[in-house]
Design a protein around this ligand. Structure first.
Ligand SMILES: NC(=O)c1ccc[n+]([C@@H]2O[C@H](COP(=O)([O-])OP(=O)(O)OC[C@H]3O[C@@H](n4cnc5c(N)ncnc54)[C@H](OP(=O)(O)O)[C@@H]3O)[C@@H](O)[C@H]2O)c1
Length: 334
């Protein structure tokens, strides 16, 4: 809604744009890996923010699902610590009170059918229906990648994908290890979920700086006419982190930085920097333009890799005087 508000000087008018209020239906989010690093540092503080900004409905539930034994109360204590440590805004006891009563915990093993039956029982008990009577369940998979297929199979076996619940599936990157394993995962998911239910996410795209690239490029009348090969010699994309690998050495040993950063975050930024204007802001239009960019990128052969890439290996180091890991050059081509 736009209100025209008279300017007292009488010289001009300005517009006050009132943000649209979105009506969010009751939902239940099951966070697989609800005690892990991603959940503690990002997901749970973000959900808390949504609560403090009053962007959550009155009825919702967040269920952490992980292997360690905990009660609902223990889980609330863990989440409180995470929110206090990692939340960007000030912590408020009153907001915490409102938020924490929606938190639950299910202890189980991702490989064990009994754990899913237990989860199903708790969902029946906890999940609240929407106005239309359906129960909206979001499965957020914040888990090490090697668990994905096991989880899809067991959700499907226990009939937790379609039918009783209206479900959505959110999958954190990395999605597979390479093209073949990603295709195999897609094939497995499509047996139990329709594509409209599936969200493969790269949280980098939610960062404000990244989101602003499109507006900066296409809505800024100074840069829009200049952003092309006639005026730009080359583009460098730097991923500058203030974090080391922290306690993720095991994950890093398995995935490596190319899978963790380059083929998702950096390629997404590259496409936003290089794509043509999409015909609309819907996901499909943006995705189509990104795909066109990827199709124009030449593949790297061995000679190109030898000449233009420098791989490295992390070792001991410091960031802001704290002991961390640094990348030490290991030589060309691994
Ligand atoms: N951390 C990040 O900043 C980040 C960023 C982007 C994407 N990701 C992706 O997010 C995913 C999770 O990463 P993370 O760093 O959060 O991993 P993490 O810290 O290792 O957490 C793993 C979670 O899975 C649970 N778990 C492990 N084995 C289990 C099993 N057999 N049965 C039940 N629960 C089990 C753990 O529960 P217990 O603690 O109870 O064992 C824990 O909650 C990965 O795919 C990663 O690539 C992470």
């Amino acid at each position: 809604m736009v209100d025209n508000i008279p300017d007292n000087s009488g010289a001009s008018t300005f517009c006050k744009i009132v943000p649209e209020k979105i009506n969010i239906e009751p939902f239940t989010m099951v966070i697989f890996g609800g005690t892990g690093d991603l959940s503690q540092r990002k997901l749970l503080p973000t959900l808390y923010h949504l609560c403090t900004d009053q962007n959550l409905p009155g009825d919702y539930a967040i269920i952490g699902f992980a292997s360690s034994k905990r009660s609902d109360e223990d889980y609330r204590t863990l989440v409180r610590k995470a929110v206090e440590e990692f939340s960007e805004g000030p912590f408020s006891d009153a907001c915490w009170e409102r938020f924490s009563r929606h938190l639950y915990y299910v202890s189980g093993n991702f490989d064990d059918i009994e754990s899913y039956k237990n989860l199903s029982r708790r969902l029946e008990e906890i999940a609240r229906p929407t106005a239309k009577g359906s129960k909206e369940i979001i499965y957020y998979l914040a888990v090490p990648p090697h668990f994905l297929s096991s989880i899809f199979e067991r959700l499907s076996y226990c009939e937790l994908c379609r039918g009783t619940f209206d479900t959505r599936l959110i999958i954190e990157k990395p999605f597979g290890r390479d093209r073949d394993s990603a295709a195999a995962l897609n094939a497995l998911i499509s047996k139990s979920f329709d594509e409209r239910q599936v969200y493969r996410i790269d949280h980098y795209l939610g960062k404000e700086t990244v989101q602003n690239i499109l507006f900066f490029r296409f809505a800024n009348s100074i840069f829009e006419p200049l952003w092309n090969r006639r005026y730009i010699d080359h583009v460098q994309i730097t991923v500058a982190e203030s974090l080391g690998i922290e306690n993720r050495a095991r994950f890093y040993e398995e995935a490596g930085v190319i899978r963790d950063i380059v083929q998702n975050h950096m390629m997404q930024i590259l496409s936003l920097v290089a794509m043509e204007p999409p015909i609309g802001l819907e996901a499909e239009y943006i995705r189509n333009e990104k795909v066109k960019v990827y199709k124009t990128i030449r593949g790297m052969d061995d000679e190109y890799i030898d000449r233009f890439t420098v791989p490295g290996q992390y070792g001991n180091g410091k960031i802001s005087q704290r002991a961390k890991y640094k990348v030490v050059q290991k030589g060309h081509k691994t």
